[in-house]
Design a protein around this ligand. Structure first.
Ligand SMILES: [Zn+2]
Length: 193
């Protein structure tokens, strides 16, 4: 904890002071052109990967960068709410689904078994990715995980397209969807969709 507090002090004394004007301008409102949907994993930081400044990326992070299909029911849909705000209010032009290697959520999905109070149910969104990965003609566990990570990115993109106001903007050429996979060791992005 001390490390974070010291980090905050450094932020105030250097970055914030040097970029005071940027923060003052941002206080008046945000207009990011891109939304990133990525994993909560501590090793995947979109702002760092894209060398982005405050105000550039509207980001939502959850377990395994999933988006459920459009379902305007009485449940609490945190990720869908963020998607709605990005598309309908901010009118972002790009949505990037950023998956990554060694994803714990994907590993849980592949292993099955005891999956906590929420994680197992959440990962059901990507059940089809598990089926596709297990059916693929690969054997090494890491390779199966890699296929599953990529398939889950495709499923998330497909699910995003079930939101009517997303599909409308995509078809009008006002919004583009992208699916990328981040290799932690190599620091490389691979285009999946
Ligand atoms: Zn992950």
């Amino acid at each position: 904890m001390q490390r974070l507090i010291e980090g905050y002090r450094r932020f105030r004394e250097t970055y914030w002071l040097q970029n005071k004007g940027v923060f003052e301008a941002l206080a008046a409102g945000q207009s990011p052109r891109a939304m990133v949907i990525t994993c909560a994993d501590s090793r995947v930081d979109p702002q760092l990967i894209f060398d982005a400044q405050p105000g550039e990326i509207f980001c939502v992070r959850n377990v395994a960068n999933l988006v459920p299909p459009y379902a305007p029911d009485s449940d609490h849909h945190g990720t869908s709410a963020a998607l709605e705000f990005a598309v309908r209010s901010l009118k972002v032009e790009h949505i990037i689904v950023l998956g990554h290697a060694h994803c714990g959520g994907i590993r849980t999905l592949l292993e099955g078994g005891e999956q906590g109070d929420f994680i197992g149910r959440w990962m059901e969104i990507a059940a089809l990715a598990r089926e596709r990965a297990l059916a693929a003609s690969v054997h090494a566990p890491e390779t199966v995980a890699h296929v599953c990570e990529q398939e889950s990115i495709r499923i998330t993109i497909d699910n995003i397209m079930t939101f009517p106001w997303v599909a409308e903007r995509v078809h009008a050429g006002e919004l583009q969807l992208h699916g990328w996979h981040f290799d932690i060791e190599q620091g490389e992005l691979e285009r999946v969709v």
